[in-house]
Design a protein around this ligand. Structure first.
Ligand code: NI
Length: 167
């Protein structure tokens, strides 16, 4: 396990489309463990492999209060969704920015677990938002894409400035 470096928006590597996992092997399980450690350390409630520069379809989430309900999804996809909700979202790749985004209120996700078994999970509220946000990452999408052009430009400038100051 290791703490992995998290890419920051507007890093173009966040725009790649992640590749499906064809075999859940030790490398995938180690990736999940390292992603979980990185997410908890950050701290955050979700992380996609693309954010740690691994171009594979793997996400981890934990929206529990006590941070003891880790869920890992390999090759996740939303097979059903309904309703709408607006929640303030943030992202470990877009530090310090929180903006409201509209997403489905309830989703049904199909994925593979760390033992290679297919499963389905229904989620609503914050968990639904978190899973949908992370699946977006696997398709090269970041939550700021849902905001107005003006807001996107402001966020980009702000983060590029921070990046320069940090160097
Ligand atoms: Ni994110």
């Amino acid at each position: 396990m290791a703490i992995l470096n998290i890419l920051r928006y507007p890093d173009p590597r966040l725009r790649r489309i992640a590749e499906p996992v064809t075999e859940v092997d030790g490398a995938v399980r180690t990736l999940i463990d390292s992603m979980a450690e990185t997410m908890y350390r950050a701290p955050g409630i979700g992380l996609a492999a693309i954010q740690v520069d691994v171009c594979r379809r793997v996400i981890v989430v934990d929206v529990s209060e006590h941070r003891d309900a880790l869920q890992a999804f390999i090759n996740p996809r939303i097979v059903e969704q309904d309703g709408l909700q607006v929640m303030e979202e943030g992202c470990l790749s877009v530090p310090g920015i929180f903006e409201p985004v509209e997403r489905a209120r309830r989703i049904l996700v199909r994925a593979v677990d760390r033992d290679g078994h297919e499963f389905e999970r229904e989620a609503d509220g914050l968990l639904a938002v978190c899973i949908a946000h992370e699946i977006d990452h696997l398709d090269g999408k970041v939550f700021v894409d849902y905001l107005s052009r003006l807001k996107q430009n402001r966020i980009r400038k702000k983060l590029e400035k921070q990046e320069k100051l940090a160097m």
